[in-house]
Design a protein around this ligand. Structure first.
Ligand code: SAM
Length: 380
């Protein structure tokens, strides 16, 4: 298997935390408002609010978690409960601040200043650091996904608090993967009775963890011959997946397409596999604004066999709080609730001029929507 290239990190150096210099809140605040000019008629009120947050609340938070960390590093106390409640409280303040701000640019800049203030914690936390640095140029790359799936927070004395917090927050990503595996298992079992060969396309395939885990233990009476095509714009993700799936007992064949979903949505398909029994996009739709997402979905519908299925997942914005990933890791998603998601996909289905059935399933936690569109068997 191809190893995941690691990013540089400073783990296991307990004394270094104190040596890293934190940004000066007052200077940050000054720069923030100098950059902005006249952004809002409520400038003074907002300034007061932001000042309280950056100059008082965040440094107070920093002091408290530094003290928790000191105790944990000495082995005297590992108080995850206090860490979580302090961090939850801070995130609640982030929400309150957002409610005061219409200006998106200002919000982004405040978030940046906020991260500058809690900066010492990034250097000692591999997961946080990768999320923030985005070594592949975008959030949620295959190696970050692997860290989420592995779910191995470091011990508290080794700066594990943020690991616990952030990896815990991402539990819906793990439950999404479990739900996907169970969907695939049922799909394979039912389709195997109809056809010995199945063609499957994974859009934004990432580390292909679902196939890796399914291939290790699956008990089906009849296993179809699976021809899997993985599409991802990150060549490292494809190489990693190809390496890990080369001996996968489930897969008859695996092909990789190193292409952007935007190109995919605009271009003709040059692969010899022309049509698919199943196309799925798991963990991709949340990153695309409406028009691009419509094009990706619309293109996918043309690549389905009659009776074929398009499966698209999306976080439910009313159930999953994006603030921890957005504020702590600069990792954002397009917010859609069930109504907005369903409306968008149903519009695409309607426009296709073909007949589809449509329903939404959920992962076990209920934060993830699994939209399932099945093309009518009679459709050409
Ligand atoms: C959040 S990960 C999900 C990976 C995988 N489907 C899973 O569930 O573990 C998103 C994946 O989509 C890929 N991706 C993001 N934007 C893309 C784009 N514009 N075109 C193609 N792939 C993209 C990323 O490289 C990454 O591997």
């Amino acid at each position: 298997m191809n190893p995941i290239p690691s990013t540089q990190n400073n783990v296991n150096k307990p004394n270094e935390l104190k040596l890293l210099r934190s940004a000066e809140p007052k200077v940050l605040l000054q720069e923030l408002f100098d950059e902005q000019g006249d952004f809002d008629s409520n400038k003074e009120r907002i300034k007061k609010f932001v000042k309280r947050f950056l100059v008082y609340e965040v440094p107070k938070y920093n002091n408290r978690i530094t003290s928790l960390q000191d105790k944990a590093s000495r082995g005297s106390d590992k108080n995850l409960y206090s860490f979580v409640s302090l961090t939850d409280r801070l995130i609640k303040q982030c929400h309150e601040l957002e409610n005061q701000l219409d200006n998106r640019l200002l919000r982004k800049q405040i978030q940046r200043s906020f991260r500058d203030l809690i900066n010492p914690w990034y250097g000692v936390n591999t997961f946080m650091q990768r999320c923030l640095e985005k070594p592949r140029g975008y959030p949620g790359d295959y190696a970050t996904m692997e860290m989420v799936y592995d779910y191995k927070p470091r011990p508290f004395e080794k700066y594990g608090f943020f690991d616990h917090y952030l990896l815990g927050h991402a539990s819906c990503v793990r439950s999404r993967k479990e739900k996907l595996k169970s969907y695939l298992k049922t799909f394979l079992a039912s389709q195997a009775k109809l056809s010995p060969d199945l063609t499957i396309l994974s859009l934004g395939s990432g580390p292909c963890r679902e196939w890796f885990e399914l291939g290790q233990r699956i008990s089906l009476q009849v296993i179809p011959r699976i021809h899997l095509v993985c599409l991802d714009h990150d060549v490292q993700a494809l190489e990693f997946s190809q390496g890990r799936l080369s001996k996968n007992q489930l897969l008859e064949e695996m092909k990789c397409i190193n292409e952007s979903l935007v190109t995919y949505s605009n271009n003709e398909w040059s692969l010899e596999i022309k049509l698919f029994d199943l196309i799925y996009a798991v963990g991709s739709a949340d990153y695309f604004y409406d028009e691009s997402l419509r094009r990706i979905l619309s293109r996918s519908l043309t690549l389905l066999k009659p009776g074929g299925v398009l499966l698209v997942t999306h976080k439910d914005s009313t159930k999953f709080d994006v603030a921890p990933s957005e504020w702590l890791c600069d990792w954002s998603f397009v917010a859609r609730d069930e109504e907005r998601f369903s409306h968008l996909v149903q519009g695409v289905l309607l426009n296709s001029g073909l007949v589809f059935s449509w329903h939404i399933e959920r992962d076990e936690i209920g934060q993830m929507m699994f939209g399932v569109a099945k093309k009518s068997k009679g459709a050409a």
